[in-house]
Design a protein around this ligand. Structure first.
Ligand code: NAD
Length: 480
């Protein structure tokens, strides 16, 4: 069986542990490769390599760094089919989705920050008759990037690209559940001429190698995307060490639908915002609030469309939904359906595992699920499920919709559907979220701040926000 390796100091190497973790293919439920169970000693080796590389990388001109990052971008493009197939196999997502979203977006992330850094200027503040302040922004040194399994290379590169562009050396850990495309990136880095030690990729569990990264005193910042509980653990270790922290955490996003919206556009987008990537996107709208006057019309049309969504193996070009990422995750999602029933909910469609045939019979497939009749305050409506499960709740007034939308501990994104411009602005202003879409969903501009409020995180990624995070400002005053 194929054994994946770490990528340290410009080379593929084994973990010093010599232990391996099973890597499952969610579509079949079978182990198909092994990944290194890395440990603190591997982090130490990566830190040494990064330390040696830092003077080389940070002293390169922005143009030279940008050129190399651009080559990484085109390198992923060159191996597009291989990356797409690997992402789909590793994660269970439809091949089509990996080919349209995940891998093209990883290409864009490198391209975007390769060029963004060329335009990144520091500030100066003139004090009339007194002098001038100028602010220098230097790379932090060695930084740690830790990413989740739902959009593996997409989110991995979303952190790594700005960190590298800003002149840092990076130790990065993809999720142990979806390691494959991060593993493939090593060969692209080699071909792009990335100097050895600049980007080191370690595989393994969060509580071992991830924890060792968070604790390492020479790793100056942690950029983390994942669950809120993990974010809390990381913050409790890194904050007392005064590390810079960027935490992109969970969500329970509201989708607020007013009667005056463009119904057809709202309907097709809401199917996507509910179930894209099997509902495993942190930005999916899992709580759908519908103005009472169109509630029944919406419910009927929505459930009909959802029932027509095809759950199939990821290579099926007609698949709308593929497999969930793992058996424990599938079990967690299904346990929430049971909880919803206990809490008085009615399952309008889905709610069960889908058993495919042949080689896919043991895959982790769940039918897209729509539930109604729940209190906005119940656990099903308050806790992150992160799967193909949405709830429908009617509302009578704007105030009521906002009260329910804002009732969770989370505040990542929100979607609002209305043709009333004043109301759109008002609700967008009041809804507690870091990202709001009005009459749209998941339209991304890489220049905009990305992140959440409340338990959805601390800090923002994207554009200048990311470059500011990965640099340390120093203000220098000079007397006139
Ligand atoms: P997770 O928190 O279990 O794991 C995320 C990463 O952290 C993995 O690489 C894991 O190995 C590592 N990790 C786990 N414990 C660690 C520790 N103690 N120290 C260091 N690293 C550790 O999350 P997941 O299950 O992979 O991803 C799903 C979660 O991610 C969901 O909650 C989802 O909402 C969230 N998410 C958020 C965003 C966002 O932008 N806000 C984007 C995608 C996913």
């Amino acid at each position: 069986m194929e054994k994946l390796q770490n990528f340290v100091n410009g080379e593929y190497i084994n973990s010093s542990s010599n232990q391996y973790i099973d890597n499952y293919e969610p579509a079949t439920g079978k182990v198909y490769s092994l990944i290194p169970d890395s440990n603190a000693a591997d982090v130490e080796e990566a830190v040494k390599a990064a330390e040696a590389a830092f003077p080389i990388w940070s002293n390169m001109s922005k143009e030279e760094r940008g050129d190399i990052l651009m080559k990484v971008s085109t390198g992923i493009e060159k191996y597009m089919d291989e990356f797409v197939a690997a992402e789909s196999k590793d994660n269970g997502k439809p091949l089509k989705l990996a080919g349209h979203v995940d891998i093209p977006r990883a290409v864009s992330n490198f391209k975007f920050f390769a060029t963004a850094i060329q335009h990144y200027a520091s500030e100066s503040h003139y004090m009339e008759g007194v002098g001038v302040n100028y602010t220098v922004r230097k790379p932090l040194g060695i930084v740690g990037c830790i990413s989740p399994w739902n959009l593996p290379l997409y989110l991995f590169s979303w952190k790594i690209a700005p960190a590298l562009a800003a002149g840092n050396c990076v130790i990065a850990k993809p999720s142990e559940i979806t390691p494959y495309t991060a593993f493939l990136l090593g060969k692209v880095l080699k071909e792009a001429g990335m100097p050895a030690g600049v980007l080191n990729i370690l595989h393994g569990y969060g509580h071992t190698v991830g924890d060792a990264m968070v604790r390492h005193p020479k790793i100056k910042a942690i950029s983390f995307t994942g669950g809120t509980k993990t974010g809390q653990t990381i913050a409790s270790i890194a904050a007392p060490m005064f590390k810079k922290l960027s935490l992109e955490l969970g969500g329970k996003n509201p989708n607020i639908i007013f009667a005056d919206c463009d119904f057809d556009e709202m309907l097709s987008t809401t199917v996507r915002s509910s179930f894209a990537n099997q509902g495993q996107i942190c930005l999916c709208g899992s709580r759908i609030f519908v103005e009472r006057s169109i509630y029944d019309k919406f419910k009927t049309a929505f459930v009909e469309k959802v029932k027509n969504s095809k759950v199939s193996n990821p290579t099926d070009p007609k698949a709308h939904l593929g497999a969930l990422v793992s058996k424990p995750h599938m079990e967690k999602v299904l346990s929430y359906v049971e909880l919803a029933k206990e809490e008085g909910g009615t399952v309008l469609c889905g709610g069960e595992r889908v058993m495919l045939e042949g080689e896919y019979k043991d895959g982790y497939y769940v039918a897209p699920t729509v539930i109604e009749g729940l209190d906005y305050n119940c656990r099903t409506n308050q806790e992150e499920i992160f799967g193909p499960v949405v709830t429908l709740t009617p509302f009578d007034t704007e105030e009521e919709a906002l009260m329910m939308a804002n009732s969770t501990q989370y505040g990542l994104s929100a979607t609002i559907w209305t043709s009333n411009l004043k109301r759109a602005h008002r609700v967008a202003d009041e809804v507690q979220a870091g990202i709001v879409w009005i009459n749209a969903w998941l339209v991304r501009d890489l220049r905009t701040p990305f992140g959440g409020v409340k338990s959805s995180g601390v800090g923002r990624e994207g554009g200048w926000e990311a470059l500011r995070f990965f640099t340390e400002p120093k203000n220098i005053f000079i007397k006139q």
